[in-house]
Design a protein around this ligand. Structure first.
Ligand code: HEM
Length: 260
């Protein structure tokens, strides 16, 4: 069916800025490649856990930015500012609830994603580096949870942090120094709160964002692993399902095996 003049006009309005950006940066092509790249035919729901973890992290980042607009990192005002967010700010209860519950969702999804990678053997050659990047993401994810726990500055927050700092301080080699740096003084107080806040909303999320970038670059570069029971990966699937036949990217593991 021929396109109407109005539709052509609308298309031009949408495509012009995209073409402009593509010509100057190649970004549109890059994003298109990322979203529409070929993956093995037997990729399943378990392989969406990484994206689910990413979504949970983005929700934390967005709700965290909103909370930071109202939160006051000072022992005299921290608790009351959280009460203010929950009781007075429009939808504050929702944003705070999403951030608090979302923290657990993020950690749970992180572990599910890691279990999937482990059970599929996706940490093996050539994806060892991505597993190592993942280990740093896991440590930073839990560090986010620990540093965020002090921020409401109520009894639970305070004493949980005392326990956490004692555990850190007893760690081998770097334990004592690490605990001193984080605590910022002989006892948990206003200096600790500022440090925890800075680590929680700047240092850790910044590092997580950077590592996620590297993680996803490696996922795209190396291709997604097929499940261990995959006939396609073993080369015994029905005709038309082999990577060479359906045009999907073989992935380095299979290319390497074939060359052996
Ligand atoms: C913020 C945390 C994380 C995010 C946002 C994230 C995101 C992702 C995404 C989107 C994928 C591709 C799709 C998928 O396989 O699900 C992936 C793959 C992968 N992830 Fe993660 N991940 C995180 C943490 C981890 C952790 C903790 C580990 C392990 C210690 C890990 C190891 C891997 C590996 C080895 C792959 C390649 C899997 C394959 O090729 O099938 N990731 N990740």
């Amino acid at each position: 069916m021929p396109k109407s003049g109005r539709r052509k006009h609308m298309e031009a309005v949408v495509l012009y800025p995209l073409d402009w950006l593509e010509e100057r940066s190649g970004l549109v092509g890059g994003i298109k490649y990322f979203l529409f790249r070929k993956v093995p035919g037997d990729t399943g729901w378990a392989q969406t856990l990484g994206s689910a973890t990413l979504t949970a992290f983005l929700v934390q980042a967005i709700t965290g930015v909103i909370l930071a607009m109202f939160y006051k990192p000072d022992p005299d005002h921290a608790y009351s500012s959280i009460q203010h967010i929950t009781n007075d700010v429009t939808f504050g209860w929702l944003v705070r609830g999403m951030h608090r519950w979302g923290a657990s969702v993020f950690i749970i999804l992180l572990f599910f994603h890691m279990a999937r990678v482990f059970l599929y053997g996706a940490y093996k050659y050539p994806r060892e580096l991505n597993w190592i990047v993942g280990v740093f993401l896991l440590i930073l994810g839990m560090f986010e949870g620990f540093t965020g726990y002090l921020l409401p500055y109520d009894q639970t927050a305070y004493w949980a942090t005392v326990v956490g700092m004692n555990i850190t301080g007893n760690g081998p080699f770097v334990g004592t120094v690490l605990a001193q740096i984080m605590q910022g003084g002989p006892a948990i107080g206003s200096d600790s709160l500022s440090r925890f806040y800075s680590l929680h909303m700047l240092v850790a999320p910044g590092a997580i964002f950077a590592l996620i970038g590297l993680h996803l670059y490696l996922v795209v570069r190396l291709g997604v692993t097929s499940p261990p029971w995959s006939k396609e990966a073993a080369g015994t699937g029905p005709i038309g399902t082999q990577p060479s036949e359906n045009g999907s990217r073989a992935g380095l593991t299979r290319a390497w095996r074939r060359s052996k």
